[in-house]
Structures are given as structure tokens and as C-alpha cells.
Design a protein around this ligand. Sequence first.
Ligand SMILES: CCCCCCCC/C=C\CCCCCCCC(=O)N[C@@H](CO)[C@H](O)/C=C/CCCCCCCCCCCCC
Ligand SMILES: O=c1ccn([C@@H]2O[C@H](COP(=O)(O)OP(=O)(O)O[C@H]3OC[C@@H](O)[C@H](O)[C@H]3O)[C@@H](O)[C@H]2O)c(=O)[nH]1
Length: 518
Amino acid sequence: MGNENFFRLVQHYQEQLPSDVQEYIMQTYNYGQESFRRHHVSVWESSTRFELTLMILAIALWCFVISLSVLGYFVARTRFRSSKKSLSSQLPADKAPGVSIIRPLKGVDCNLFENLSSSFRQNYPKFEIIFSVASENDPAIAVVQKLMKKFPKADARLIIGDRNVGVNPKINNIIRAYESVKYDIIWILDSNVYVDPGCLGRSVDKLCRPNVGLVHHLPFAVRPDTFGSELEMIFIDTIHAKMYLAINAMGPDSCVVGKSNLYRKSDIEDVGGLAQFGKYMAEDNLIASAIWRKGFKHEMTCDLAYQPLGSMTISDYFLRRSRWTRIRKYTVTAATLVEPFIESILCGLCASYGFNLLWHIHPLNFLAFHLVLWFWIDLKLFQILSQKKVDMETLRGFIMAWAIREITALPLYIYSMGGTTVDWREGTYRLMRDSTVVKISSSNRQHQASGSISSSPPSSNNQRTLFFQFIVSILTSVMLVINFFIDILFSSQRNGNPIETTEVEDLKDSEKRKDSYK
Ligand SMILES: CCCCCCCC/C=C\CCCCCCCC(=O)N[C@@H](CO)[C@H](O)/C=C/CCCCCCCCCCCCC
Ligand SMILES: O=c1ccn([C@@H]2O[C@H](COP(=O)(O)OP(=O)(O)O[C@H]3OC[C@@H](O)[C@H](O)[C@H]3O)[C@@H](O)[C@H]2O)c(=O)[nH]1
């Protein structure tokens, strides 16, 4: 029976029905009509202008963010597949442009000896290495001395003692090295980074191209020993990597992180000299932007700036993330304001609303599709950059850390936007609206982090400790739930049989043998 006929029938017998039944039938009928109208009348007619605007914005946001992610993924796929041999590394020493590598040191970072060794191992005919350390009591000095003994022929020296040209401790630390460089090309390479031997040659190739003023490398976190490090790794190797690659591929503006940057000293002098960036905390991005505004492009090579993480605590992760967000808050305010919408959960919620209005897709169905797609892109990107297939155990850790990072991204963002102080190694600093920074305090505690890149708080106040305890307890509960479901998933794949260690070893051995036959 059609709707109209049913309605006529109800009208006909209306008087004979009790009033509450009449009312119920009318309500059901009206609801049916409304839902019929919603489904069969175009969304453009049935929705208010406000709803339509929100819908368009939500869908546009989703398309934009997914396109950025896909772009980041394809850039990674094409760029990091193979490493080319450079031309400059094959030049004789008197023809190659010289490079001064500056290594700022502060304490014993995770993997420090190997990180610094990678500078000595550069396959390049003409370079010097300058290690800078602010204090004569710094334990990094012993590591440098050991390295100099190991590579006696290398042109390397150590400068002890900083000079206060501003507040930024990294600039104060390297300013003397910068002033004493032998060559025009300088490579500022953080202490907690190692690079492949061909990196310098490839970077010089790029820097020598016309109109290029800066060469930088994608930070890539490796060797997480703790859950805090895993969270950091997920951040650096997924969302950060894909956004960094996508923004740099599109090139709307300068977007540079200072882990591994090559420039010309003459260009830095042209934009005011290194010392004048000492008043900022985001010296890396501001130097890069100044060079960019002079009309010089930025280039990246197929090299990664590997950062071994070691044993960061969860608080270390939160503090480093909030330091970077707070730094961005004043240096790139507009981009920082839209950041949460570029994160999976908020972006997915907005898009679920949009697609529900447009195509009546159930919001939860869309959210599930969106999260799976997002996870898949992140996992593929991670596989490409780490150049290995992710095994089941790694995948399990990846899923856990990924889920928790995604869930905590928004609370962490809100926490970070709400404050202006940052802790960096031994110092606490207040960020000012004009991007400059003021030092609040420093502790005498030496940064001796063997296995940690800690930027731990020198003076953690009670409120902060409580906040972290709260976050950690939420994290732990979420982790337990996720772990429980992953366990079920994995054991159902093995029909409930536990995987024997020997079985894993056998599998590995047979894989190795297969490889050796190739
Ligand atoms: C942090 C990235 C992940 C968060 C999600 C989405 C981010 C959205 C937009 C821009 C951020 C791009 C990633 C830049 C890495 C920033 C890391 C960082 O904070 N580094 C600081 C410490 O080393 C450094 O001092 C600051 C660098 C700021 C670079 C910001 C460049 C912004 C370029 C804006 C281009 C607009 C494109 C719009 C696309 C959304
Ligand atoms: O007090 C300090 C702190 C740090 N540093 C040096 O600065 C480099 C970077 O240190 P970290 O790894 O702790 O810092 P992050 O990677 O988090 O810093 C990032 O954000 C802030 C920018 O100023 C940096 O250029 C960028 O690398 C290291 O080589 C470290 O030895 C100092 O020389 N003195």
C-alpha cells in the first residue's frame, strides 16, 4: 500500500481510533515523510545553507589532506627507492667545493659515537668537521677525542666554549665554529643524526644547481627502545614525513627542520648572519625562510637524516612534541591553527559528517574506511622509508603506537597551544609572540642520556607531572584494550597456536638462504 493510500485510510477511520494511537500514526507518518524527503530530495534542497557550507568544507578538507598524504607517499616512493652516485664526490680535491661540517654537541646522545662517525665516513674529497661543545665538562668531549684518534687523517677539530649571541643554545654553541669555517658551504648536522656515506656528495650536487640556497634531508627516526620512543618514531616517520615531503614537493613556502641542513655561509651573511638568529628558538625555519625570501629554492636528496631514538620516556615524547608545536605556534601561526584538522581523527570526523549529508554514508562506516586508508598510507610510507618489509611483531608494535599517537594528538595539541614555555635539554625558555625567546632557567644537570635524546624538564612542576600521569594512565588502559584485540586477531590467524621462537628463527634462516641463492 502506498504512503498516500495509507494516510487516506487512517483519515477515514480516524474517529474510531483512540487519540494516542492516532497521534502515534501521524508522528510515524511525518517521520517517514521527512526521511523520504531527505533521501529523495537532493541534499542541496533539503539542507540549510549553513549545513551545506559545513559539508563542502569538510569534504574539501578531506580531499585536500588525503591528496597531501598520497603526494607525500608518492614522493617517498620515487625519491627513496635508490640512491644515486654523486658527481661532486668523484671530483679531485682541488676541483670539489669544500664543505665545513658543523656538529653541535650537548651531552651523550643515543648512538653518539656512530652518529659522529658517519661524518668522517663521507665519501667526498674535501671537507672539514668542526665539533662544538658549550661546556668543558660535557661528556661528549671524550667521545669526540676517541673519534679523532680513530680517524687521525681527517680534518677535524673540537671547539670548546659557547658565545652568547642570543638565547638559542644551539646557535650560541655553534657560533664560534661558524665563524671559523674554512669553506663557504656549511652543513649543520645535529649530534643525534647519522647519514649515509654518499649524503654529502649528493647534497653538494643539489646545492650547486642554479638558484638553490639550501639542501635538507628528511628526518627519519630509528631504533626505538621504549614506548615513548615508539610514539616519537610514529610521529616522525608517518605524519611528519608525509607532510614534510608533500609541502616541500608543492613548495608553497619554506618548510625546513634543522636536523641536517646545507647552506652557503655567504647566503647566511646576506640575510644578516647566523648570530642574529640566536634570539629565536625556530632558528632552523627562520634561516631557511630568509634564504627562501631572497629567491633561493630548497632541495632535498634521496638521503635520510636518521635519528636513533633510544630510550625516550613518554614524558620526553610529550615534551619534545609540545616544544615543536609551541615553536610553530608563533613562527607559522596559520599553519599551526589548522594542524589538528590535518590529523586523522578530526579530519575523519569532519569528513564523516560531510559524506553522511552528501551520500547518506553512515558516519561510523566512513570513519572506519578513513582510518584504515590513513593507516595503510602511513604503514606503506614507513615501509618505503625504512626499506624493509614490516614483520608481524613490528606490525603489532606499529599498530599500538600508531593508534595511541593518533588518539593523543589532539590533547597534546591543546596542551601545547595553551602554554608558552619550552624545555630544551638543560634549559627552560619562554617563547614570545614575535618568535623570540627568553631564557627562564637552566640546571647544572649534565645531559647524559646514553640511549636517550631526552629533552626532560629541568624543573618539572606538580601540575605538569599530574598531567603526564593522567595521560600515561589513559594510554596504559587504551594500550591494554588494543593489545587484547590484537592478541585475539593474531592468535586467530594461527588458529590459536602460539608461535615458537625456533619457528621464527627457522623462517628467518630460510628467508636468508633464499636471499643468498638470488
Ligand atoms: C608537524 C607536522 C605534523 C602535524 C600535522 C600537520 C601539519 C600542518 C602544516 C604544516 C607543518 C608542516 C611540517 C613542518 C614540520 C615542523 C616541525 C617543527 O616544528 N620543527 C621546528 C623545530 O625544528 C621548526 O623550528 C619549525 C618549522 C616550521 C616549518 C613550518 C612550515 C610551514 C609551511 C606552511 C606551508 C603551508 C602548507 C599548508 C598545508 C597544510
Ligand atoms: O642546549 C642545547 C640544546 C641542543 N643543542 C644541539 O642542538 C641539536 C638539536 O638538539 P635536539 O635534538 O635536542 O633538538 P630538536 O631536534 O628537537 O631541535 C629542533 O628544534 C629546534 C631547532 O632549534 C633545532 O634546529 C631543531 O633541530 C643537537 O645537535 C644538540 O646537541 C645544543 O647545542 N645545545
